[in-house]
Design a protein around this ligand. Structure first.
Ligand SMILES: Nc1ncnc2c1ncn2[C@@H]1O[C@H](COP(=O)(O)OP(=O)(O)OP(=O)(O)O)[C@@H](O)[C@H]1O
Ligand SMILES: [Mg+2]
Length: 248
């Protein structure tokens, strides 16, 4: 099976300051991976350079075997729109559009036929349990509902990978749990590959794999394998304490 994401010697500096160092990372289709590490360790930067939001300064990145270095600016934009979905901590929903319009926006921008939009929407609405809020505006729904809307928008294009930077960061623990369960569900139901930055061990324990960053380098990695979520939580906690310091 071809990996969805592959990086080789990936590096990023701001001026002379290195922020990512020699990162070799492979993410297979269907993986749900967390990226953890202290504040400033380069988690968001890693996510941003892989997802073409920011430029890397060394090494190489392949997405579904396409080298990002070989794409020009407009090709990169198209590639990003077609292959990637994004979920941000602050939702990034448009206030003047309804929930349904927000979700369908990436498809309307591509002039996707209305019938196809409805057909794609249906299973996602079911999976995320958002039927009742489709006609509401973002100001009329809760934070958890906003994040589920953002999730739906991220996967409506059937992206190769969904990038989520601290998606539970602004949610209370109940909404966070619900969102994580829904990400697991999307990963299981649609095989969506998800890369999620989090500082929260509880959130990471929902993933199948956790990568630990420190000072811009990958310093450890765990797979949940056959472990229960509870045991995986303990392993992540233990790994983090062996690494020293608090994550974030
Ligand atoms: N535009 C920028 N210019 C200069 N330095 C930057 C820029 N963006 C990030 N950095 C630096 O790069 C390092 C990594 O930042 P990054 O945002 O990736 O960390 P992070 O692991 O996501 O942290 P947090 O948990 O606080 O979100 C930090 O030292 C940060 O100050
Ligand atoms: Mg960050």
């Amino acid at each position: 099976m071809n990996p969805v994401i592959r990086t080789k010697n990936l590096a990023k500096s701001y001026g002379k300051t290195p922020v990512l160092r020699n990162i070799d990372l492979t993410v297979q289709a269907g993986e749900f991976t967390a990226v953890m590490g202290p504040s400033g360790s380069g988690k968001s930067t890693l996510m941003n350079v892989i997802s073409t939001i920011d430029r890397f300064t060394g090494g190489e990145v392949w997405l579904e075997e396409q080298s990002l270095l070989q794409l020009g600016k407009s090709e990169l934009r198209r590639f990003r729109q077609e292959k990637m979905g994004f979920i941000f901590q602050d939702y990034n929903l448009l206030d003047t559009l309804t929930v349904k319009e927000n979700i369908l926006l990436p498809l309307s921008l591509r002039r996707c036929p209305a019938e196809e939009m409805e057909a794609r929407l249906e299973p996602i609405v079911r999976a995320l349990n958002i039927r009742d809020i489709l006609d509401r505006y973002p100001s009329e729904i809760s934070g958890g509902q906003k994040q589920r809307t953002a999730c739906a928008r991220a996967i409506i294009t059937k992206p190769a990978v969904v990038f989520a930077d601290e998606p539970t960061g602004a949610l209370d623990s109940r909404s966070a749990t619900q969102l994580l369960e829904e990400l697991v569900n999307l990963n299981g139901t649609f095989g969506t590959t998800i890369l999620m930055v989090t500082h929260d061990i509880y959130a990471a324990s929902y993933c199948k794999r956790v990568i630990f960053l420190r000072d811009g380098a990958v310093v450890n990695e765990l797979y949940s394998g056959e472990m229960s979520q509870r045991d995986f939580y303990d392993r992540i906690l233990e790994t983090q304490s062996i690494m020293g310091g608090k994550v974030r």
